[in-house]
Design a protein. Structure first.
Length: 202
């Protein structure tokens, strides 16, 4: 029978320190992975006029920039607000607003409207330090998800859609929403057989 060599002195202390550090990192990150799904039936050509609609400013801004980088023309929010005012449309900030938003999109002369929704819930999570445990701190973590879909304003058909979420809670709120939004968009525009390890292999 073979025995493992006994670890002594500074070497043992170093290993314990590394283990404690790994414990802290694991507790903070939660080893959260991003899972994504999506599809498309048709992708818009360059210069397609698009209205982006959502309640979370980070998700909306990321979506607008991403679509502009794809060559699409974004209808400015000021124009949307102008139409809302001219038509005396009162929004309720609920899903019931969709019909009104589609109407506003048509009045702006847009071809597509992209709905972006960020969801999340928060909870407290303790991080443990040391080989024998002990609470180091308590932090707020978030269970986040983002969904996006594009609707043809002439036919009301959903042309593409994507969603992304963290497998476990994360401390990253704003950056988490930003990353999920980009990944949901990437997944929506990527063929199923080209999607591998959260990346589109075109």
């Amino acid at each position: 029978m073979e025995y493992l060599p006994m670890i002594r002195g500074k070497e043992a202390i170093g290993i314990l320190q590394l283990a404690a550090a790994a414990c802290v990192i694991t507790a903070l990150s939660g080893c959260a992975e991003i899972e994504a799904d999506g599809f498309y039936t048709a992708l818009p050509p360059p210069r397609t006029r698009v209205v982006v609609w959502g309640e979370h400013p980070v998700a909306v801004n990321v979506t607008m920039v991403w679509l502009q980088e794809k060559g699409l023309a974004i209808v400015e929010r000021a124009r949307l607000d102008q139409v809302l005012k001219e038509q005396a449309i009162q929004l309720t900030r609920t899903r019931d607003d969709q019909a009104q938003i589609l109407r506003v999109g048509n009045l702006t002369g847009a071809d597509l409207i992209v709905f972006i929704e960020a969801t999340g819930s928060s909870s407290s999570k303790a991080s443990y330090i040391g080989a024998y445990g002990g609470i180091g701190s308590v932090k707020t973590v978030y269970q986040l998800g983002v969904s996006v879909r594009a609707v043809n304003l002439q036919t009301s058909e959903v042309l593409w859609a994507g969603n992304a979420h963290y497998s476990e809670p994360t401390e990253a709120l704003e950056s988490g929403i930003s990353d999920l939004t980009r990944l949901a968009l990437e997944r929506a525009w990527c063929a199923k057989d080209a999607w591998h390890l959260n990346s589109c292999k075109r």
